[in-house]
Design a protein around this ligand. Structure first.
Ligand SMILES: [Fe+2]
Length: 538
């Protein structure tokens, strides 16, 4: 990566070098004017986002004017190509290695235009327009894109600006003297000013594009979040929110009904009087001097209806305040859009959980003795998962997996499932198919591989003596190990067809005895802690 030189240095150097070459070549005054005009026109892009261009390549333009009439067209084109290459080498080219070549080709077309009829200002202006817009358009074509409208606009502007000036230059009047002085002295000062403007614009542009890039990532992350705490956590990270109350997303159904506030860790129910001013915040605007539950901050309107507001305080407040209007307005739309998207997917999620609960009941209903088993296993797995520090997303997977762990039982004949007494070898083999049956039933569900793994592995043992895969510890997913412990604990503590009731102590002893061989010691540890806590609280 080439280090970019400051445009002020490049512009001043190219103007000084150009003037020196003109002086040394003994060029006529019109050449000075043409040079000044050309370099002045090249300074135009400084107003635009790509202000770095149009610096070094002003030098070959000058060379073209100085050399072309005397040394032929090839020399002019070559000098421009050399200058473009120089620009590319100094990190100013920016459009890949083809551009110098394309510029040379554009110049080779423009140069004859300029000098075929030197007396015509329109010809000169047209050639300048082609020189000005041609290489950039050619650069676009080299990248496989059609040149944008701005190249056409740039060409027309150049034509409009250059024609009268070229006409003046070509007039044999006393204006020459005035113009000569003005046009050779102004550029040096103008370049510096343009460069400064260009630099400022470039910085603003870079900030804007960087901000936009960050917001694009933010948008993707927010839309992919699977829970409100996760959503708020991502937003708090972006806005440098430190405390929980630094960022509260407020929503309400209708005016006067109070607000629901969402922070990273909690959901608040806020009456209207606790959220003074929230209802009057205009979409996209900052409302100052707000306070929620004693925390001072400001409000940002997130929806045109005024029923969705972001409360920010502390560092998050400072971040929002320092944003430029455009960036803040983008932020507002992306938060409200992704909030709606997340809201929708969470509704779908809830529907899925409801369906999973129904399926779990269906599986349990095959055997009266396992009534409510899957729901209890899901609840217990969840408590163990929390103790083991799982993320909200993993906890959700764990709950669904635990709910559906015995789903495969719907495919097992009821008479085998509910048989009292000892099972034959064949009957046991049929029962042992239920984990794979469950995974098979879930087979069509996209994005639930981890849930499927829990279902198919919940009877595997660390020592490889489990079923159906006889997997060893390293191949058994951690979530399945949690469900295995919860499943066994509930099976022992609840009434089952083949075992009488047993209390929690007996269940824990049985599980502890199999810790490290059948069960994961870490999960067993979490179960022990949990039961200790329950006993202490009781
Ligand atoms: Fe099972």
């Amino acid at each position: 990566m080439h280090r970019r030189l400051p445009p002020t240095v490049l512009l001043t150097a190219s103007a000084a070098l150009g003037s020196a070459v003109l002086l040394l070549s003994g060029a006529e005054p019109p050449m000075f004017y043409a040079f000044a005009l050309s370099i002045f026109l090249r300074a135009f892009p400084c107003w635009r986002e790509d202000g770095f261009r149009g610096t070094l390549d002003a030098v070959p333009r000058l060379l073209m004017f100085a050399v072309a009439p005397f040394r032929g067209l090839a020399a002019g084109a070559l000098s421009i190509a050399a200058g473009e290459s120089l620009a590319a080498l100094s990190g100013q080219g920016g459009r890949g290695r083809f551009e110098p070549l394309l510029t040379a080709l554009a110049s080779a077309t423009a140069v004859p235009l300029a000098f075929a009829s030197p007396g015509s200002p329109i010809w000169i202006a047209a050639s300048l327009a082609l020189l000005h817009a041609g290489p950039a358009a050619a650069g676009s074509l080299a990248e496989g894109r059609m040149p944008g409208k701005r190249f056409l606009v740039s060409g027309i502007l150049t034509l409009a600006a250059a024609a009268p000036l070229a006409w003046l230059i070509l007039q044999e009047t006393s204006l020459h003297g005035v113009l000569g002085t003005v046009m050779t002295s102004i550029p040096l000062a103008a370049f510096t000013a343009f460069a400064a403007v260009g630099q400022k614009n470039l910085r603003a542009y870079q900030e804007r594009t960087t901000g936009t890039a960050v917001q694009n990532t933010l948008s993707a992350e927010l839309s992919a979040s699977r829970s409100i705490p996760e959503f708020m956590g991502i937003l708090a990270g972006y806005l440098s929110g430190a405390d929980d109350m630094d960022l509260v997303l407020l929503t309400r159904q209708s005016a006067g009904q109070g607000w629901i506030g969402w922070t990273v860790s909690s959901q608040l129910v806020l009456p209207e009087e606790e959220t003074a001013g929230a209802g009057s915040v205009v979409w996209n605007e900052l409302g100052h001097g707000a306070s929620i539950r004693g925390t001072r901050g400001c409000l940002l309107g997130l929806s045109p209806s005024g029923d969705m507001v972001l409360f920010v305080s502390g560092r998050a407040w400072r971040t929002i305040r320092s944003m430029d209007v455009e960036l803040r307005s983008n932020l507002v739309s992306l938060i409200s859009h992704s909030w709606q998207a997340v809201g929708n997917s969470m509704t779908i999620d809830e529907a899925f959980i409801a369906a999973a609960i129904m399926l779990a009941r269906l599986a349990d209903s095959k055997d009266d003795y396992t009534h409510g088993h899957s729901l209890r296993v899901a609840r217990l797995s969840d408590r163990l998962g929390r103790r083991l520090g799982l993320s909200p997303a993993r906890l959700r997977t764990l709950r669904v997996g635990a709910l559906l762990h015995d789903l495969g039982k719907v495919a097992i004949p009821t008479e085998i499932l509910t048989k009292r007494g000892l099972l034959t070898r064949d009957e046991r083999a049929v029962i042992e198919k239920h984990p794979s049956e469950g995974a098979r039933i879930l087979g069509a569900l996209k994005g639930y591989d981890e849930v499927r793994a829990i279902v198919s592995c919940h009877h595997e043992r660390l020592d490889g003596k489990g079923y159906p895969g006889r997997l060893f510890s390293r191949d058994i997913p951690f979530l399945a190990r949690i469900v295995a412990v919860a499943d066994t604990f509930d099976a022992i503590t609840s009434r089952r067809s083949y075992r009488a009731d047993a209390d929690q102590k007996t269940a824990l002893e049985a599980i502890r005895a199999a810790s490290g061989t059948q069960f994961d010691a870490k999960v067993v540890g979490a179960l022990e802690e949990m039961l200790d806590d329950v006993a202490r609280d009781a």
